[in-house]
Design a protein around this ligand. Sequence first.
Ligand code: UP5
Ligand code: MG
Length: 189
Amino acid sequence: QRLQKPTVVFVLGGPGSGKGTQCANIVQQFSYTHLSAGDLLRAEIRSGSEFGTMIQSTIAEGRIVPSEITVKLLCKAMEESGNDKFLIDGFPRNEENRIVFENLAKIDPAFVLFFDCPEEELEKRIMNRNQGREDDNLETIKKRFKVFVESTLPIVSYYESEGKLRKINAAKPSEEVFEEVKYVFASET
Ligand code: UP5
Ligand code: MG
């Protein structure tokens, strides 16, 4: 058991909004460890886990994996990292995610970064990405966006009401987005 609770920053935004890109920038300048919930779930599929097929079909449909699975993967990754500052990318995606994390990890985020970007731009970015992700096709992108609006935006509003939301205009070139991101981290730490 840790003596002091780790610092956690949640990084939210629609599919393709630049969460992974900006987290990679942040770790170069600030001493955080980047944990992408989606990457952890994809690694769990590859590891041959008993939940692999279920996770795979859930992601292929753009739906949200049961909270206990994702939260356990996040907690394990935090323990194994040796660090005490984390960017948790793409999580929590719904209220159940948020509550299960609160109950199991017992950590409240220091703040929540939110990458705001219109749907047409998200679609363009994902269709150009070409990394062979099974969910990067037009049909699944539409589903991912719908789930984002219905399940994740209410979480964004929740953190806004808690005064924890740091909203970033993500519909700009990556370098300009990072200028805004740096400003947030510089004023928080
Ligand atoms: N790009 C980035 N920034 C740009 C900019 N400013 N201008 C122009 N282009 C820009 O970026 C996407 C693409 O855009 C890249 O090619 C990039 O170069 C370019 P990226 O940084 O990858 O965006 P990101 O927001 O990380 O997009 P990603 O597709 O990873 O977001 P999702 O939220 O859809 O994916 P994630 O991996 O988080 O989740 C995938 C699925 O896993 C979910 O749909 C869900 O089924 C499941 N999941 C859960 O069930 N629970 C979880 O907790 C997490 C995931
Ligand atoms: Mg990502």
